[in-house]
Design a protein around this ligand. Sequence first.
Ligand code: 13P
Ligand code: SF4
Length: 364
Amino acid sequence: MATSALAIQNFSGISDADCDSRIAAAKAALGDRLLILGHHYQRQEVFQHADASGDSLKLSRVAAASRAEFIVFCGVHFMAEVADILSRPDQVSILPDLAAGCSMADMANLAKVERAWRELSEVISPDECVTPVTYINSAADLKSFCGRHGGIVCTSTNAPKILEWAFERREKILFFPDQHLGRNTAFDMGIPLDEMVVWDFDQPMGGLTVEAIQKARMILWKGFCSVHQVFRPEHIDAFRARFPQGRVISHPESSFEVCQKSDLVGSTEYIIQAINNSEPGSRWLVGTELNLVKRLDEENPDKNVHFMSPTICMCSTMFRISPQHLLWTLENLVDGRVVNQIKVPEQVAVEARTALQRMLDINV
Ligand code: 13P
Ligand code: SF4
């Protein structure tokens, strides 16, 4: 077994074409010991090497069911954490570039969520009347917080079912970190906007009055996705003016106004199914990440698929995973070395697993 790791610097100059053949060779050498997972937002040069692809929910199920020794997650940090939490202790979860985080996930942290819980307890009894629900786009210690306080994890695919579960238990939900997914989902379930408040984590008591907190059913963390916030209602108006027969589909991380103007709203997996199953000649305006929209356009040559924003905008953190990083990870594994392992400490993982398992037990 080799001792020192192959250095990433030696891989940066390798062409994508050479990466392709070397990645294929490394995959063949590792065989069943390796599983490469690819989120839909990965660039095509990386996505093509995935053994399984999907949205966050599907990939967490695949990770949980996998027997592979090495799970290489082409996605972002919280996804590799979920793979680690749900896999067996002898399996290794790897993120090819450790800088591939999620800027929305970083908008909530344990200190701020615990402070919110403490402040809420000055006016209500959160452990009796608030279910904490964290979007899967969050750090493991926030999932752990939810596990500890009777809460749960959700993804954009299962959010309606998860909110139903949460409301069956307690009258209010503290939803973090994405205000938009929380608001869009709750509104579709019939909760009016005046029963939702936004918790500004930089202000004492979230910047809210006691009355507002007592009246609210949804307490929405003031987080958002920088990619989905570029989509605007005006983009939809301009598309409809040009193509009155066209349809609009958006990810629920988009703003309330964008989702209200869209014909369909759903997760990446939902968007893919809707477009793939639509009739030839149909035209779509899509409000989600650019790499996925480009792939949908290429894979549906008989349809017209437009990206919602007039400016190029992709998830820059997802984009961190390059073929060169993937190759570096795999060739180190072939040499018997693990680089970029994502390991969640067991004291955090145990309660995070509880919250994730509650989610996985709900069939969607
Ligand atoms: P999905 O759950 O739809 O895959 O979304 C994850 C994500 O990060 C979207 O920005
Ligand atoms: Fe995070 Fe937004 Fe990127 Fe999704 S698209 S990983 S929410 S920053």
